[in-house]
Design a protein around this ligand. Structure first.
Ligand SMILES: *[C@@H]1O[C@H](CO)[C@@H](O)[C@H](O)[C@H]1NC(C)=O
Ligand SMILES: *[C@@H]1O[C@H](CO)[C@@H](O)[C@H](O)[C@H]1NC(C)=O
Ligand SMILES: *[C@@H]1O[C@H](CO)[C@@H](O)[C@H](O)[C@H]1NC(C)=O
Length: 412
């Protein structure tokens, strides 16, 4: 994630997790220190205008309490300390196979020869990944340029496995919804705002907090019982899919209010690190606030003076103790470990549904943005045909409209 002039603010989570459902969030009405990090841009470089079309990062660091168990029992971490919920402003991601992440980033980044971001490279790479269509129905939609950070959604994107105190696992997705609603900048507005105030969104966030107009998000979860994971036409762990809200409703679990600006950008923002898998040691902003940690403290930009001789866990020389044990559900696994395409790819249904859910003018803007991207002279006829075929499979008339405007005869 390109942390640009990353606005980051301390915040308190007020009245966190007041509904419990049967799972994770246990202590109601509790005020908690949290940290929110939104990165202006994912692809573009630091200092780029905040009006560019780009996914935005949305990550929250929960400092767990100094008590014997955490609110969140997370299989992925298994630790008490920090829980870092790292995601972005769209609920899905471009690709399914994490091994392709570096290639994806290279395609999105500037051409290594010219240092110019070029659509033909992006469209070439993603033509091999029809699962990216869903993410493109967000990026090339109006929400691809949020008005500012207050009017932007956040999402955990990944599916988490959370275990409650009885040892029952649930699959969970996290969603942050701004209470002031979602707002976007259309092309002409974006040019105007970006042309005069290139970090307008950072300023908006900071000004709003300073004025006491605290930005606020509601936190929702969706849950799937692991026993039901085969009931859907998608794989619940596929990051290119959303969980339909009509069958897996959003359940409100908390509220997040940004009520304090940072005091020092470098110390509290530039050095902020998120790790979805484990406690992040070392730096004050990243260090857990509770007694549980794993002693690991070396690493990039670590400036704290330390003289401990024990940097491993467990140790009889150090009082740090294990968090209270909680039950982990056992599972019997049998089968073949393989690297292959998942069974339920279903790459076109959700992008098609999303397109059809829009009003005609919004569909038209989406088509225009695609036509413009595909007009890059280095997009070959082959690549063009593949994209037209993909969009046709999502929605026939969408593919046809793009083909007609590009003067291409669709091959399917
Ligand atoms: C854990 O989840 C199961 C199944 O939803 C439920 O029956 C049980 O009461 C839950 N336990 C706790 C402590 O919430
Ligand atoms: C740019 O920022 C200034 C100062 O906050 C504001 O007065 C002005 O309206 C902004 N311009 C645009 C085009 O948003
Ligand atoms: C494609 O989208 C249009 C516009 O929303 C809709 O009228 C049409 O029924 C869709 N076509 C298919 C095949 O789903």
């Amino acid at each position: 994630m390109q942390g640009g002039q990353v606005p980051r603010v301390f915040l308190r989570l007020l009245m966190i997790f007041h509904i419990l459902h049967e799972l994770i969030f246990c202590e109601p009405q509790e005020s908690r220190h949290l940290l929110l990090f939104v990165s202006p841009l994912f692809i573009h470089e630091r200092g780029s205008p905040e009006t560019l079309r780009d996914p935005r990062g949305f990550a929250v660091k929960f400092y767990t309490r100094e008590v014997s168990y955490t609110d969140l029992y997370c299989l992925l971490s298994g630790f008490e300390g920090n829980f870092d919920l790292v995601g972005n402003n769209f609920p899905v991601f471009f690709i399914r196979d994490g091994m392709k992440f570096p290639d994806m980033v290279h395609a999105l980044k500037p051409n290594p020869k010219s240092h110019i971001q070029e659509n033909w490279r992006i469209l070439d790479f993603f033509s091999h990944h029809p699962e990216s269509l869903h993410m493109f129905t967000f990026l090339f939609d109006d929400v691809g340029v949020p008005q500012d950070y207050r009017h932007m959604e956040g999402s955990g994107v990944n599916t988490y496995t959370l275990i409650n105190k009885s040892g029952k696992a649930h699959y969970v997705k996290f969603h942050w919804k701004p209470t002031c609603g979602v707002k976007c900048l259309l092309e002409e507005e974006a040019i105007k705002v970006g042309g005069s105030n290139h970090s307008h969104a950072t300023k908006d966030l900071s000004d709003s907090i300073a004025a006491g107009n605290y930005p606020e998000w509601k936190l929702f979860i969706q849950t799937i019982d692991p026993d039901h994971e085969d009931r859907f036409d998608f794989d619940p762990f596929d990051v290119t899919k959303t969980w339909p809200e009509d069958i897996l409703p959003l359940q409100p679990v908390g509220r997040l209010v940004l009520n304090k600006n940072i005091d020092n950008f470098f110390a509290e923002n530039e050095q902020l690190a998120f790790c979805p898998a484990i406690v992040v040691p070392g730096l004050p902003a990243n260090a857990p606030k509770c007694a549980h940690h794993n002693h690991h403290h070396e690493g990039f930009m670590n400036f704290m003076h330390r003289d401990e001789e024990v940097n491993y866990f467990s140790s009889r020389f150090d009082p740090v103790c294990h968090a209270e044990r909680f039950p982990m559900p056992p599972s019997v696994l049998r089968g073949k470990r393989d690297r292959c395409i998942i069974e339920k790819e279903n790459n076109f249904k959700q992008p098609g549904e999303r397109y059809r859910s829009w009003a005609p003018d919004r569909q038209e803007r989406f088509i225009c943005r695609w036509v413009e991207a595909l007009l890059d002279p280095r997009v070959t006829h082959e690549i063009l045909s593949i994209w037209i075929s993909y969009w046709s499979q999502a929605n026939k008339s969408l593919g046809q409209k793009i083909a007609t405007r590009l003067n291409v005869r669709p091959s399917i």
